[in-house]
Design a protein around this ligand. Structure first.
Ligand code: ADP
Length: 262
């Protein structure tokens, strides 16, 4: 591998630098630093309320930060104004937004639109495609997630697992190179969990997308991730390869969380 190629492989796609965030005066992220190289599959674990989902929401610009900087593909999302980070204007954020897709815990589908329209509409609103092209892509994606025969149903006519597949297809429709998943298995029956894992692995292989996934399922994280982060009170207390983190975590908080002896 040449020097250039090595550089390309390790180039960070996401960088959080000294990020702090509080809600109503309560700190949720505390001076957090996190660098994620392109193509990495990262599982975010840790107790409820430790700030994991907030990180995904910050990347989606659904929340803003109180201090620090967030970069996606090298582009800053904030500018300093009187010492406070301000989100850049919409026109400058557009290219960042276009790179990131999120699958929400409760899927967030539009209930009054068919499955096909749920997947086509964001492409049209984004200006990425006209109706016919957007619907053709939506059908292709439904094929990928195994739901081509459900295109003309409404979300409520689908099972939880099927709704989630639609939500995944919708996120993929915008062809993002970063995919965020908030608790993708929590609303599903246990027997559906391995299907989600298979689907995410296929997506990883076919798109090469960088993936961040919040989960409570340790086994799922272990099988999905290249890298596991343990959060506790808004800080990363453990960061490493799944085999290492699950068998021999170094931090006492991770050991306690995993039920290992101190
Ligand atoms: P996790 O994903 O690790 O369970 P979250 O990032 O969802 O944790 O939340 C961290 C903390 O921030 C929780 O105590 C939660 O109640 C609080 N929180 C998250 N979003 C908001 C919000 N929009 N307004 C007020 N509090 C919030």
């Amino acid at each position: 591998m040449s020097k250039m190629e090595q550089k390309a492989v390790s180039r960070p796609i996401i960088e959080l630098s000294n990020v702090s965030k509080a809600f109503n005066g309560v700190s949720v992220l505390d001076n957090l630093n996190l660098v994620i190289p392109k193509g990495q599959k990262v599982a975010l674990l840790g107790p409820s309320g430790s700030g994991k989902t907030t990180i995904l929401r910050i990347l989606m610009t659904l929340e803003t930060i109180d201090a620090g900087q967030v970069r996606v593909g090298g582009q800053s999302m904030y500018e300093e104004q009187s010492g406070v980070p301000r989100l850049l204007p919409e026109s400058q954020l557009r290219s960042v937004r276009a790179r990131i897709g999120m699958v929400f815990q409760h899927f967030g589908l539009f209930p009054h639109l068919t499955v096909l329209s749920n997947i086509a509409l964001p492409q049209i609103l984004n200006g990425q495609a006209r109706k016919a092209e957007a619907e053709a892509r939506a059908l292709d994606l439904l094929q990928t997630v195994g739901l081509a025969d459900k295109a003309h149903l409404l979300p409520d006519q689908l099972s939880g697992g099927q709704k989630q597949r639609v939500a995944i297809a919708r996120a993929l429709a915008l062809q993002p190179d970063i995919l965020l998943f908030d608790e993708p298995t929590s609303a599903l029956d246990p027997q559906r969990v391995s299907e989600v894992l298979d689907l995410l692995n296929v997506i990883g292989e076919t798109t090469g997308a960088t993936m961040l996934l919040v989960t409570h399922e340790m086994e799922f994280a272990r099988q999905f991730a290249d890298r596991v982060l343990f959060f506790d009170h808004g800080q990363i207390v453990e960061d490493g390869a799944p085999d290492l983190v699950f068998t021999n975590p170094q931090d006492h908080r991770t050991r306690a969380f995993l039920g290992l002896p101190a």
